[in-house]
Design a protein around this ligand. Structure first.
Ligand SMILES: C[S@@+](CC[C@H](N)C(=O)[O-])C[C@H]1O[C@@H](n2cnc3c(N)ncnc32)[C@H](O)[C@@H]1O
Length: 275
């Protein structure tokens, strides 16, 4: 029998058991407390807005749509049922919402293509999304922004209501008095590049602020021509120089290389490589 200082086993044991029963009753009388804290309450997106979100993102059969904070599942379900996405995933921390969303997917006949996962969106790897949808809050959008910017270039991100601060949306629409915003994740081009074409070689020093590009170009003839430009996913536009002598190049970035052509030319005959 264990000896505990100041503890008379026979009398104190009975007291302990009674106290145990009393506190068990007290615990059971309390409403069940959630073992998680939601970052955003459940407020469903109206169906007209769901439609515009998916239409603006041009969701189609090549897409895997991930809805962060999926609520009753309406966005993920519509992505597959109405827009023909190949698959969709909804992530929600509230098990009641997940159960409801699964039941809704079942009734809609799409449970083979739509998964609902009970998980914290901040601990979810959503890098497989080709389209990411969100109806969250401004600070949650901002907390996700760096991770979103690391997604594959060209990934479309659609938010109901809230922006991402100085990362300006590529598309902004009002739908029934609500805002719908869409961004296309830009390729990452910041740094030094060599661009070689039929009539010369340039060294580009590029800075990038989200989808906007600035910088300088050095050629055999000039040392610091101004460069401006923009990105739409992997599609790049660069303007080298100013005024009448400015040259515009358009093309695509793929990792550490780019293929561009002077405006008006069909040949992407300028090859860029990161230095
Ligand atoms: C405003 S509702 C949006 C529901 C749905 N996406 C829609 O637009 O109809 C936000 C959802 O996020 C969920 N949520 C809140 N914090 C979360 C977190 N940290 N991880 C996953 N889901 C979360 C809530 O349970 C809620 O269902």
């Amino acid at each position: 029998m264990p000896i505990v200082r100041g503890f008379s086993f026979l009398t104190d044991y009975r007291k302990l058991v009674l106290a145990g029963i009393a506190s068990l009753g007290f615990i059971m009388a309390q409403p069940a407390r959630a073992a998680y804290t939601l970052d955003v309450p459940f407020v469903p997106t109206p169906y007209e807005v769901v439609d515009r979100m998916l239409a603006i993102a041009q969701v189609g059969p090549d897409d895997h749509v991930i809805d962060l904070g999926s609520g009753d599942g309406r966005i993920a379900i519509a992505a597959v049922r109405k827009y023909g996405a190949r698959s969709a995933l909804g992530v929600d921390l509230n098990p009641e919402r997940v159960a409801e969303a699964r039941a809704n997917a079942e009734s809609a006949g799409v449970s083979d293509k739509v998964e609902f996962r009970e998980a914290d969106l901040f601990e979810t790897d959503f890098s497989s999304a080709t389209v990411l949808t969100m109806y969250l809050l401004p600070d949650v959008n901002l907390a996700l922004r760096d991770t979103i910017l690391k997604l594959a270039p060209g990934t479309r991100v659609v938010s109901h209501a809230f922006d991402m601060d100085e990362w300006e949306a590529d598309v902004y629409e009002r739908v029934d008095g609500r805002s719908v915003l869409m961004w296309v994740v830009p390729a990452r081009v910041e740094g030094r590049w060599k661009l070689e074409g039929p009539d010369g070689v340039m060294q580009l020093d590029l800075q990038q602020q989200f989808q906007q590009i600035s910088g300088t170009a050095g050629t055999a003839q000039a040392t610091a021509l101004p460069v401006s430009g923009s990105l739409n996913g992997a599609a790049i536009t660069l303007v080298v120089g100013e005024g009448d002598s400015a040259r515009t190049f358009t093309g695509n970035v793929q990792g550490d290389s780019m293929l561009v052509a002077p405006a008006g030319s069909m040949d992407t005959n300028w090859k860029g490589s990161r230095l």
